[in-house]
Ligand binder design. Structure first.
Ligand SMILES: [Zn+2]
Length: 290
């Protein structure tokens, strides 16, 4: 019971030299809206579970070594207000004793550029008869992203789904046919029509469907609240319920839905937070090199 008090008393970066305290660190490209952050906690005693409460959401941790080293992905949503945020970590020892800590992150401002696109008018002001379909599709994708699958399906690092360079960045404010629309919540990759789109990691296929705005769309559940969404495909190569391996072809690049030409759109959601897929690739690649 003695060391419970020690755990409750420690704070961020307060790594005990004597090993009696939890040691917390983070890895990120930057602490800005739209970035994924990898948190790491070293515990002097083995734990059976750990989670973190950050930005009003709970993100789960997974053990990496013998229950003493835990990691967890946290998303700083695209529209997070720059400020100092306190994260609360809670773990439990094998015996069920709670271990708690706080860690602070300072989220800095980010200026997202504006993009002006010209698309077919029906994608800016959809006709009346399509509104019901659009509402239904948006409800379905919201429900998928809100579902929490406790299984950690993904592992190791994330790979780019196509060889081409990313072209249109995440978070850009969009002005379509002169009218402001919601920010770009994914990253676009330049690729020719028909280029195979490869799964960036292991995933469970939870949606394969033509959607009004994103055209032929595939959603992968990577587990623990992490999802990938691929849009504008010409063709599908998977079916709902399939489990795909990293590098497995899920479909082919196309120009379906609201587009100006063939490209791949990749959106990532982490417990509902909208984060740049490239930040996920970057932080997990760095870690592999350790
Ligand atoms: Zn896009």
């Amino acid at each position: 019971m003695n060391w419970l008090l020690i755990f409750l008393a420690f704070s961020s970066w307060a790594a005990g030299e004597d090993g009696s305290q939890l040691e917390i660190s983070h890895l990120a490209r930057s602490l800005q809206p739209g970035e994924a952050v990898l948190l790491k906690a070293h515990s002097p005693v083995p734990l059976s579970s750990m989670q973190v409460e950050a930005f009003g959401k709970a993100f789960v941790f997974y053990p990496t070594e013998d229950g003493r080293v835990w990691e967890g992905l946290v998303g700083i949503d695209l529209e997070t207000t720059p400020d100092d945020y306190s994260l609360s970590l809670t773990g439990f020892t094998i015996g069920g004793v709670p271990v708690e800590a706080t860690y602070s992150l300072r989220v800095l401002d980010k200026e997202f550029p504006t993009r002006r696109l010209t698309v077919e008018e029906k994608f800016v002001n959809p006709p009346q008869q399509e509104l019901e379909r659009i509402r239904r599709e948006s409800k379905r994708t919201r429900e998928i992203f809100a579902a929490f699958n406790p299984e950690k399906i993904w592992h190791s690092s994330f790979q780019s789904p196509v060889p081409g360079a990313p072209t249109s960045g995440f978070g850009k404010r969009s002005i379509l046919n002169g009218q402001p629309r919601s920010p770009h919540t994914g990253t676009d990759f330049d690729a020719d029509e028909g280029t195979p789109v490869k799964s960036p990691n292991t995933g469970q296929v939870v949606l394969v469907s033509p959607l009004y705005y994103s055209g032929n769309t595939v959603i992968l559940d990577h587990g623990q609240g992490l999802y990938s969404y691929f849009g504008h495909l010409s063709r599908f190569a998977v079916a709902e319920g399939d489990r795909v391996s990293p590098g497995e072809v899920i479909g082919y690049v196309g120009a379906t839905g609201r587009v100006t030409g063939p490209h791949l759109h990749w959106t990532v959601r982490l417990n509902g937070t909208r984060i740049d897929p490239l930040s996920l690739i970057a932080i997990l690649a760095d870690q592999d090199g350790e």
